[in-house]
Design a binder for this molecule. Sequence first.
Ligand SMILES: Cc1ncc(COP(=O)(O)O)c(C=O)c1O
Length: 376
Amino acid sequence: MLTPVPFFSGADSVRRNWASLERRVRAVAESGKFTAHAAVAELEAAISGYTGAKHAVACNNGTDALILMLRAAGIGPGDEVIVPAYTFFATVSSVLHVGAAPVIVDVLPGSYAMDPDKAGAAVSPRTKAIMPAHMFSQTADLLALREVAEQSGAQLLEDSAEAIGMWVDGVHAGLWGRAGVLSFFPTKTLGAIGDAGMLITNDDEIAARVRAARCHGQAEDGAYVYERLGWNSRCDELQAAVLLSRLETLDAEMVRRAELAARYTERLAGVVDTPWLAPAECPSNQVWYVYLVETDHRDELVAFLDANGIGTEVYYPRSLSEQPALRDLPGAQLPTPVATAASRRAVGLPLYADLTDAQVDRVCDLITQFHREVSR
Ligand SMILES: Cc1ncc(COP(=O)(O)O)c(C=O)c1O
């Protein structure tokens, strides 16, 4: 059998930056300071510089950053937060963790992002925030969603966990509303070798609250003095060191990801449904975090590719309204047919900077062969 093509090639992503990574990791080890110290401060400054955020607050992971962001924005019991039906579980679980009620609305076909009309229709007097998620390769319709938020008096908060490098009208994803987050989960466009995440915001109050909350609510100038209840969501120095080294090649990797995505699109046109890009009302860009295709034969295709050594990832096998942990919630009762259809048809193909053109061609040849056979 030919060499397998894994869905994600973690070791290669680290190998690429090995010299810089080794130097930075050694510096952390020799410093003897292993949590939230110099490397974390350097990473926060670097992400601030990269995104243009006034504040970047590193946390233990993106989910924590979401929870701390919602809490810092004053979201809690009695509040509703409008969220999309097709996203990672944490977009909704974070709302529940702060004691608020998620209201799950359908997404738009193609962009998989919150449908602004559905969000507008779901607004109630209890709506305190609208929290779109930017999925796979492009942002949600931020112009329309900001308008919905403004008209309803709700805050716009962004689950921009997947959206590093995505800009709309010169503003980085996560900075269109009051705050946003980044996830550095290993498979992300900028991935750690473990968990890490970050809050990004231009809002001084939110930043200060999250900064304190990630360290048990400790006062800024007083070790072991606690002004509010928080918890431990510090970022490890080692993860920060790894992320700083990976940041050096992020832009080049995004260019390579875009080349590979274009190759997939060219080779797979007419075979499966290739990604649809929303027409831009203002200058914006795609970042190919995940290359997602749709087919009526998704599960058989996954099995066929697996048998041929090709890794895939089903993002996501259920819409959020169908998740066992969520489906009985009052806010999970709106119809979400677009999300449900995507959950039956969509699958992510291998996509990372180290993938070769030949590997993409092999994946495409197999997908074409599979569809030729099923349509016979
Ligand atoms: C849309 C979205 N939201 C939230 C998260 C949670 O981030 P983390 O895995 O770093 O907790 C992720 C990534 O896993 C994500 O893709």
